[in-house]
Write a protein that binds this ligand. Sequence first.
Ligand SMILES: [Fe+2]
Length: 379
Amino acid sequence: MEPREMGMAGPSRLARLGALELPTPIRTAPAGPPLEQPTILIADSHEINRRVLRGILRCEPYRVLEAAHHEEAFRLLEREKIDLVVLDLMLPDIGAPEFCRRLKLQRHTRLIPLLVMTSVQGVENEIAGLESGADEFLTKPLHPAVVRTRIATMLRQKAAIDSLEEAEGILFALAQAIEQRDTCTGLHCERLALISVTIGHSLSLTQRELVALYRGGFLHDIGKVSVPDAILRKPGPLTEEEWRIMRGHTIHGEAICRPLKTLAPVLPIIRHHHERWDGSGYPDGLRGEQIPLLARILQIADIFDALTSERPYKPALPWQEAVAILQEETRRGWRDPELVAVFRSICESKTEFTQALCPNLEPDVVRTSLENMRVALLQ
Ligand SMILES: [Fe+2]
């Protein structure tokens, strides 16, 4: 939110307050290897199977790694930048379903395509392979041309996903740089994501909505890239023209993120996080439930974090005072009364939540909470 302004308003389908456990950790992706040559990991306990596959791929421009056991496979996944896993359905001690579950759980491996193979014929077996979470399934004996074609297709898809991820990564980095320029509060985006997703959990929102909230925590103010420092960091009140430029960050932010289809659920948050419940906000003057719920949630989180954070022009307020201000703004007609009530309940009932939101908290604690939350989102 703008330093000189406090928030906006809320929802109505307020489900019960759910548990606020803030999930489990996620690691950042290991430093990636050179990607001109895709890396394939073959996880199969039978040496002969690995040798056959390696032979089929011998003339292809791939780097092939092998693992005879799932522990070895996960060690390689931890250490290397793998583009495709070829897995034996009956990998000892774990099996394809559990292997796949673990693969999809970790942030740095969740998008790696999985090709499962089995030597057992039959539709039931094929169904079991696909139900394990595999992206593709092949039955042995392998036809070399089919294997090569299938792998080439999966690697092309992986390359497309990588480029999307890269584009998203750039936007996220840009958003964080902008936030630093604006507020000088290093973990503002992380806390917004944490608060927003916690509210979303309490409202029993869908996974897609929670992910949008998480991303919105980082991207909501990305449009401030279009606002000059002289305005963004101006110590005194803004002129009407300066306010016009400042308000434009909502529309510019939406325009920046619109080309990425994966960010479509985040666009309403970016555009509408400064609307007000009574219609006096911007950019569209939406009122009440016309304002997208996710935007109202992000707004509450944004205001709360601004109030409980120290800024050059103000001290950090205790969470109780921040909630009181939110309630006062609700009385003025700016905020969604139901959503503010829910948020107050969260703060009062979950001390670990308010502790985790304390701006004076050790950055590592905030990061851990956020990592936990990310893993929960992936489950
Ligand atoms: Fe904003």
